[in-house]
Design a protein around this ligand. Structure first.
Ligand code: ASP
Length: 334
């Protein structure tokens, strides 16, 4: 029988409605989560570890670093075939991506959560936890790295995003789809995603900010970021990676002060492609030294930049790291 360790962090999957307030909050112990699902024992021998009990809007990349260290020592202790992390869905995509950058073990690490709390009829928590344990226990998922399992689908951290405020099928991978499914007859891994190179387990730089381009919005955020000495900036530009011409001088100020500026797209599918000249088309931005982040979303590029800066990487090293995310034609991802 495979051995799976369940590490709990909170979120809706651990939430109940408090009759006094009528509002939900994470309160459930790890043993309660497991006790709801007698079927678990048919698939794995499970152990539990209570790492935290927070809603995921309070999760941080620094907390994920501690989680990665916990997972590493759990696996180093031996005899564990896979790990399941329960987590709120709000920031699941960021934590999953950060863990995938930091984790280099053979055993799968599966992140799951719920959209309906344990007090609600049709709560999806028990089913998602059961499916996650089955994925973590499966022989098919060894060497996969980190996977998000929700609604009987498996997603790659690099592509997964929360797409609906309340629906149980909220987790999707725009443009590429799920990497696999779980059904009554087994765990079906259809394809293995390209993973980015591992990052060192170092404290992430917290002063990295994400700015979304909006039509006609002036450069106030960039000016503030320069004045307040942000360590790194990620911009979600329009289309294939563009910004309003009016942003030029504050962008130049940021770049001249040595602040790495990483470019992503607000589209959510596709990669950054230098097509246009002029202020501030993609060809111009590339000449200015803005770092294209391939097909990473702004949220994911920010996570990578935080760990890169935490490791003390120079701009050239950061540039070549993001090139592995499909920012340059010459790079083939294996
Ligand atoms: N709605 C969220 C969830 O699904 C709350 C959170 O992210 O903790 O868990």
């Amino acid at each position: 029988m495979p051995v799976v360790q369940i590490i709990t962090t909170g979120g809706t999957i651990a939430s109940r409605i408090d009759p006094a307030t009528g509002a939900a909050f994470p309160v459930m112990r790890a043993t309660e989560l497991v006790a709801q699902i007698p079927e678990l024992s048919q698939h794995a021998q499970v152990g539990v570890d209570e790492f935290g009990l927070v809603p995921s809007w309070d999760m941080t990349p620094a907390t994920v670093l501690r989680l990665a260290r916990t997972i590493r020592s759990t696996l180093a202790a031996g005899d564990v075939d896979g790990v399941v992390v329960t987590h709120g869905t709000d920031t699941m995509e960021e934590s999953a991506f950060a863990l995938d950058l930091l984790f280099d073990g053979e055993q799968p690490v599966v992140i799951t959560g719920a959209m309906r709390n344990a007090s609600q009829p049709g709560s999806d928590g028990p089913r998602n936890l059961l499916s996650a344990v089955r994925v973590a226990a499966s022989i098919n998922t060894r060497g996969l790295g980190v996977a998000v399992v929700m609604n009987d689908q498996m997603h790659a951290p690099r592509y997964v995003t929360k797409s609906h405020t309340t629906a149980t099928d909220t987790m999707i991978s725009p443009g590429v789809g799920p990497i696999g499914t779980v059904d009554d007859s087994g765990v079906w891994l259809r394809w293995r995603p390209a993973r980015l190179p591992r990052m060192p387990l170092v404290e992430p730089e917290p002063r990295v900010y994400l700015v979304r381009m909006a039509a006609g919005m002036d450069d106030l955020f960039l000016r503030v970021l320069h004045r307040e000495r942000a360590r790194g900036v990620v911009i979600e530009g329009s289309g294939a990676g563009h910004m309003p011409g009016q942003w030029r001088s504050s962008l130049v100020q940021l770049l001249e002060s040595g602040t790495p500026v990483v470019l992503t797209s607000r589209c959510g599918r596709g990669r950054i492609v230098p097509i246009y000249s002029g202020d501030l088309g993609g060809v111009t931005l590339r000449k200015m030294g803005v770092i294209p982040a391939g097909d990473l979303t702004g949220l994911k590029a920010r996570i990578a930049l935080m760990f890169a800066l935490g490791a003390g990487w120079e701009p050239a090293q950061i540039m070549s790291y993001f090139a592995r995310a499909g920012a340059d034609d010459e790079v083939t991802i294996t």
